[in-house]
Write a protein that binds this ligand. Structure first.
Ligand code: HEC
Length: 476
């Protein structure tokens, strides 16, 4: 198995100062199934006849970011005609809670970019649909939102492209690739963000990329070697040699995991200037490991790219820690999912420094059922972190708080994950269900094996962090 050093990734957990992390892949499979939970609408009444003037703002805010040209949603909602044409579908998916996808329980904690329809909004859509979707006064309909082209964050300092386009076969199957994007910069620098921009948004299902930064003199030529390979989940050591990723002396270069990330509807968390960023040496590469393309009916070539935004040397480094699988804390009991059982697992870790928590990312695979994380302070008070009542493998966001959550040393962070390994779980890949474990090493990342992880990003606490407004950091 392959291991690489990760600098400055864990620091407040006494048990691990300089950690090693396995180079792994999140293998995600996105399946279609409807959420049949019904929302409680009984108390809400609408005593007027809504027209598109009332509906457009709801759609434009909650749906259009994904349902527009080039985005992941299969239909576009830019105009009245688009919406009217699909009104019955829209009514169905909103009333059933299937759209907009937002798995986190908004009665537990709130996050930036939360997409949840209120009871009033749901009722407005229902009444409007049942009244035949009247347009109303055209002059009062708000204009559709204007979206960025090619970047969510503005004009990048540089763009790194796929060296060779990646072929996606139109055979209706999922494709998993490992891709190397060599980067040769003018000088060693700091990068504030790497923004992945998929070429085929409807096919790009999940991307998790790592930064490889070569120490001076360690790598003469990063341009040669395979630029991409189908991920066979076999021996990555062989693949990395073929991709010419290793240092010239055969050792593994410094790797910073999870620097590039993408999911349907995902926008990168943007923190205030000076917070976070990555030391990126002149000779570097992004290793997309792995990238999951959904099924396509026709052969296409993918030429996605990564926008690179430089920044100052970070004043405040962001740390990332993971509990559970491959993390710093043990899962109890051991993650062995018995067939035909629903089981709950727990993992916990104690902080030994004060932190300002920025974002959280719960992670499980297809057998996940629910997820819950909270912190218990030394005085017994509980700090809610995130609750997902109905786990959905397709929507795995990095959830960012509006203000950092301050958590003091001595606090215990707890995560509970419930897994459903019965036939009733529509995502269960095994019929009949069989024993599922974390597998072994790299191979355990396959979707059909399980993971239970709670990943979170934070700063070392400084006075005033509680007032920091993370929702306003886009342009500063
Ligand atoms: C985060 C991105 C995202 C947001 C936000 C979103 N959708 Fe979707 N939507 C998708 C994706 C991706 C699919 C296709 C995959 C699937 O069905 O799971 C989809 C599927 C649908 C479908 C089924 C289309 C079909 O013909 O199969 C409808 C209808 C729909 N969305 C309506 C909405 C409405 C209405 C909203 C807002 C209230 C919304 N969506 C918000 C991404 C999104």
């Amino acid at each position: 198995m392959f291991r690489s050093n990760v600098r400055a990734k864990f620091f407040v957990f006494g048990c691990l100062k300089k950690a090693t992390i396995t180079l792994f892949s999140y293998v995600l499979l996105f399946l279609y199934a409807c959420n049949t939970d019904s929302n409680n609408l009984s108390q809400t009444t609408i005593n007027f006849n809504p027209t598109f003037e009332d509906i457009a703002p709801i759609i434009y805010k909650n749906c259009t970011p994904c349902h527009r040209a080039g985005e992941s949603g299969p239909i576009e909602f830019m105009t009245y005609d688009d919406v009217k044409k699909n009104v019955n579908k829209i009514k169905f998916v909103t009333q059933s809670g299937y759209m907009p996808p937002w798995p986190a329980d908004d009665s537990y904690t709130h996050f930036i970019g939360e997409r949840k329809l209120s009871k009033e909004e749901l009722q407005l859509i229902k009444v409007w649909a049942e009244n035949g979707a009247p347009k109303g006064d055209e002059s009062k309909i708000p204009s559709p939102p204007v979206f960025y082209a090619g970047s969510f964050l503005g004009k990048p300092d540089t763009v790194i492209k796929f060296k060779n386009p990646v072929p996606i076969k139109g055979n209706g199957a999922d494709h998993f690739y490992v891709i190397k994007l060599p980067m040769e910069l003018i000088k060693d620098t700091f990068v504030r963000y790497f923004e992945f921009v998929p070429n085929h948004r409807k096919l790009a299902h999940h991307i998790n990329g790592h930064l490889i930064s070569y120490d001076p003199g360690k790598k003469k030529d990063i341009q040669t070697g395979l630029t991409h390979s189908l991920d066979q989940f076999k021996d990555y050591k062989v693949l990395y040699s073929q991709m010419n990723i290793l240092n010239d002396d055969g050792s593994f270069p410094v790797l910073t995991p999870n620097t590039v990330y993408y999911l349907p509807g995902y926008t990168p968390p943007v923190y205030p200037q000076g917070i976070g960023g990555y030391k990126t040496n002149k000779t570097s590469a992004i290793l997309l490991k792995n990238i999951h393309y959904g099924p396509s009916n026709q052969d296409v070539l993918d030429s996605s790219f990564i926008n690179v935004f430089y920044g100052p040397k970070p004043k405040r480094p962001i740390f990332e820690t993971q509990l559970g699988t491959f993390g710093i804390s043990k899962i109890e009991p051991e993650l062995i999912l018995q067939p035909n059982k629903i089981q709950t697992f727990h993992t916990q870790a104690t902080l030994n420094g004060d932190i300002s928590l920025l974002s959280v990312n719960p992670h499980m695979h297809l057998l996940g059922k629910s997820f819950w994380a909270f912190a218990v302070q030394q005085n017994g008070d509980t700090i809610p972190l995130i609750k997902i009542n109905k786990w959905d493998f397709r929507w795995q966001y990095y959830y960012t708080y509006e203000h950092p959550i301050i958590i003091k040393a001595g606090t215990v962070i707890h995560a509970y994950g419930t897994f459903d390994n019965t036939d009733k779980n529509p995502f269960n890949p095994n019929h009949p269900p069989k024993v599922v474990t974390q597998g072994e090493g790299v191979r355990s990342m396959q979707t059909t094996e399980e993971m239970f992880q709670f990943i979170f990003s934070y700063l070392a606490y400084q006075t005033g962090d509680e007032k920091m407004d993370l929702s306003k950091s886009k342009d500063n």
